[in-house]
Write a new protein. Structure first.
Length: 803
């Protein structure tokens, strides 16, 4: 509708119509070429989107529309590809398309009204004298209100939004505040401003936190090349592209020189950039405050991690999910209930190359990771800790997360124990307490070991110390309802342990003493302790392993126990419970009648084909469970015939799992430099110092599988004779490969245990050799997963034509 009120006269309609038309034409004609808006005049959205232009036409002032019904009274570069806004009157409150208008009122105030007549914005402030006669848009992009003498009474330059233009002074009262996002003009979270100490800074001022991120927050004002003594707090950049500030910040556009249109903008991604407009109307960055975009704080919100690839990407920490995918500033929320209750246990996930800025609860130097973990476990506020070069930073909140290969150390994220393993695209995870060192041997396998022949690199280290329980509460199932307090620890740390299920319980030392008849029948001795046979009160036959003194670190023990408690599979030795009393640390597991595989397979003993196949598939299933299904992904790290026990039906049960530590190259050095496993069964990556994945078990399984087929020890366990024996496995693989390639008939018979005397399934044997060979590939990427091994073996399980 036209903005001038016409007197309505029902008596002369013709005249009226004529008048209206005249007025309309007049209006449109002037609107397009208008250089100023006079007092008393107004302009509506429907008239035209732009109603004021600067004399050189480089800037336009008017209504900037998005969609059909949202308009902002603003100033933009006329010649930029997409009208680039440099100033907005009402960034947080767009007006309607119909009936919204800007007017220079009688008292000389510029007023923006919405369709309902509500004032959305006005130029006057308490200090602004009224009486402006006209509004003009200058060549500099400054919208000014002038009095009849040409004196500027108000100017948009005094109220910047996110952009500073050449010659626009930037003072202590101003802020360049980013918009919310591309095409979302609302007030965002990032601001460029003069801080209280006279220094120009960039701050993230979000819904949860505020954090200064530029210049370098870790450095002093002087280290950042600034000064704080000049309190004039003024900065300006000239038409050549030189920026000079009273705090010593000086920079120039890379295309320094006159005649270029420039702007300095706090972008919605939190970076401050200087842009130049090129001849095709595109903006070219000629300077920016932060070279590394992820150094901007708050960009991925709380619990978010920023990755620069070189595109910026946000992702959530494992166990967390995005609050609003379209607005990462909102960050991520936990998928678990973040409580610190007694019933909740915690575990820590190591995330490499990640750091979070600030919010340190405690900082300590030269601390062990165990102590650092303990510090975090003890403090309910602690959400994670960063451990870097013996320095420990516990974090009360996780903001401004950043992932970069240059970051040393790791973040250890505190998560409630029942949370299952999540893989996050941003973070390569290491499960904290699975696949641990063999500091504590659990299970029954070692009783079958010959310690003299077994090469073990035992070391005492465990991340698990983490969980570091000191005091704990236990309710024994059934009748034995009683509380126990573990000994040998000092601080009250309890609460992290939930009640142990009825299938898994804590035993009293006296009970075990009785069950084993005072540890009378010794089944075996291993590096970590001695195993005794026992019969519990409920007549279950058990193997009781008394752990050697050296392995009695309470935290380690607890972590071990909590890991294996959950593991339950028919091809894995079941652990029934444990005992932790005074100096005694014992583990109670099922007694497996037939002893270990090596006792049955290798000469002078002999195992029939049916049993061999059953054992092969059973081990594969057990490992597949550990690798793929187990709640906590576990790598065994020491698969060998001695660790495979056979029950009365020759069903195999893997022992000694849940002990290895998942080694992570570049992780904690103390860990990665150690090797465990048994020579001959160890994958090459152990020696190559590569990261350890589940594929090390696949390799060991391959060796065992080939031994099952051949019926002799292909691997070497006799150290002094290493090379020769090692060669035997290699020779076997080489010959088998050649025979397969040449398509020799009957090749398989040469590869088999001659003692079988033809009593075997050709297909099964061929499949087992093929799988075995692929499992022992040097390149671990060529090895199959245990899941696929199970599949392949199942395909020929029904084989009945024993020849
Ligand atoms: C202009 O807008 C179009 C469509 O929104 C967009 O694809 C293009 O990248 C924009 N150009 C610039 C220079 O921002
Ligand atoms: C403070 O900075 C302003 C602007 O850069 C400069 O003009 C002035 O000389 C400085 N004052 C002192 C005492 O250095
Ligand atoms: C202007 O900048 C755009 C985007 O950077 C670029 O594609 C274009 O080639 C430039 N034009 C000129 C004339 O430099
Ligand atoms: C860990 O803490 C214990 C007890 O608080 C202390 O005795 C020990 O020295 C600490 N270890 C390290 C490496 O800081
Ligand atoms: C994370 O894992 C992927 C795939 O396993 C690998 O390509 C990438 O390099 C790893 N990144 C880091 C930082 O370890
Ligand atoms: C070891 C250490 O510095 N502990 C401190 C951690 O923070 C709490 C409270 O903030 C202090 O009380 C501890 O002394």
């Amino acid at each position: 509708m036209a903005y001038q009120q016409t007197a309505s006269s029902p008596k002369c309609p013709r005249f009226l119509i004529l008048l209206v038309i005249t007025v309309f034409c007049c209006c449109f004609a002037t609107a397009k070429t208008q250089k100023s808006l006079e007092r008393g005049a107004s302009f509506s959205v429907e008239d035209d989107s732009g109603f004021l232009t600067s004399p050189d036409k480089s800037f336009t002032c008017g209504f900037y529309g998005v969609g059909t019904n949202a308009y902002w009274f603003s100033i933009w570069f006329t010649n930029s590809e997409n009208k680039t806004l440099v100033w907005m009157a009402n960034r947080d409150r767009p007006v309607n398309a119909l009936g919204s208008r800007v007017s220079l009122s009688r008292d000389g105030t510029m007023v923006l009204t919405d369709v309902d007549g509500k004032i959305v914005w006005e130029s006057s402030t308490n200090s602004t004298p009224t009486g402006a006669e006209r509004a003009e848009l200058l060549n500099s992009g400054n919208l000014v209100l002038k009095n009849p003498l040409g004196k500027i009474l108000w100017q948009s330059f005094d109220f910047p939004t996110d952009t500073l233009l050449p010659k626009q002074p930037f003072t202590k009262t101003m802020k360049l505040t980013s918009s919310l996002g591309r095409g979302n003009f609302g007030t965002g979270y990032f601001s460029f401003y003069f801080d209280n100490d006279n220094v120009l800074r960039l701050i993230y001022d979000g819904p949860d936190i505020s954090s200064v991120y530029w210049p370098g927050p870790g450095l002093s004002v002087y280290q950042n090349g600034r000064t704080d003594y000049n309190s004039s707090r003024i900065a300006v950049f000239d038409e050549m592209g030189n920026f000079v500030s009273s705090d010593g910040l000086i920079f120039s556009a890379s295309d320094m020189g006159a005649r270029v249109k420039r702007r300095l903008t706090t972008d919605y991604d939190g970076n401050l950039r200087l842009y130049s407009l090129n001849s095709t109307g595109s903006w070219v960055i000629t300077w920016e405050a932060l070279a590394q975009q992820c150094r901007v704080h708050g960009i991925c919100g709380r619990n978010g991690i920023c990755v620069y690839t070189p595109e910026l990407k946000c992702s959530c920490l494992p166990g967390y999910e995005a609050v609003d995918i379209s607005n990462w500033n909102k960050g991520c929320k936990p998928k678990f209930k973040p409580t610190c209750s007694q019933s909740q246990r915690v575990k820590f996930k190591q995330i490499q190359y990640v750091d979070f800025y600030g919010f340190d609860l405690n900082y300590s130097e030269s601390t062990s990771i165990q102590n650092c973990t303990k510090l975090c476990v003890e403090d309910c506020r602690c959400e994670a800790f960063v451990y870097r070069g013996q320095k420990c930073y516990t974090k009360g909140a996780l903001f401004s997360g950043l992932r970069s290969p240059t970051i040393e150390g790791s973040l250890y994220l505190r998560l409630p124990e029942p949370l299952s393993m999540e893989t996050s695209p941003a973070a390569n995870l290491t499960v904290f307490n699975s696949c641990r060192t063999n500091a504590v041997k659990i299970g029954t396998s070692s009783m079958y070991d010959h310690p003299s022949k077994t090469v073990r690199w035992v070391y005492l280290y465990s991340f698990a110390a983490a969980i570091g329980a000191v005091e704990f509460l236990f309710i024994l199932s059934g009748w034995w309802l009683l509380f126990r307090r573990s000994q040998g620890m000092s601080a009250p740390l309890v609460d992290k342990y939930r009640l142990i299920s009825s299938n898994f319980r804590m035993y009293l030392y006296a009970e075990l003493k009785k069950a084993t008849r005072n540890f009378k029948e010794e089944l075996g001795r291993g590096g970590s302790g001695t195993v005794y046979k026992g019969v519990l009160a409920d007549e279950r036959v058990v193997a009781v392993k008394a752990l050697a003194d050296i392995y009695q670190a309470e935290e380690v023990f607890w972590a071990e126990v909590s890991t294996i408690e959950k593991i339950n599979h028919m091809n894995l030795v079941r652990t029934w419970g444990f005992c932790s009393e005074g100096k005694h640390r014992l583990l109670i597991s099922e007694y497996v009648e037939n002893g270990s595989l090596d006792k049955h397979l290798f000469p002078p003993n002999f195992l029939g084909w049916k049993e061999r196949f059953k054992v092969a598939i059973g081990i594969a299933k057990g490992l597949a469970y550990l690798h793929h299904e187990c709640l906590e992904w576990v790598i065994h790290c020491d698969v060998k015939p001695e660790n495979i026990l056979l029950d009365s039906n020759f069903e195999p049960k893997i022992a000694d799992f849940g002990l290895a530590k998942l080694f992570e190259r570049g992780g904690l050095n103390a860990v990665s430099s150690h090797i465990r496993g048994t020579k001959g069964y160890m994958a090459p990556e152990w020696a190559l110092n590569l990261s350890i994945t589940a594929k090390v078990d696949v390799y060991s399984y391959g060796v065992v599988l080939l031994e099952i087929v051949k019926g002799i020890r292909l691997s070497n366990r006799v150290v002094e004779n290493a090379e020769e024996e090692e060669a035997e496995m290699k020779r076997f693989v080489r010959i088998a490969r050649r025979k397969i390639q040449c398509g020799e008939d009957e090749w398989i018979e040469d590869m088999l245990d001659p003692r079988l005397e033809g009593q075997f399934s050709m297909n099964q044997a061929a499949k087992m050799v093929e799988i075995g060979i692929s499992c022992v590939e040097e390149d671990r990427n060529k090895r199959p997963t245990m899941d696929s091994v199970v599949q392949m073996l199942l395909e020929c399980e029904e084989e009945s034509n024993i020849q």
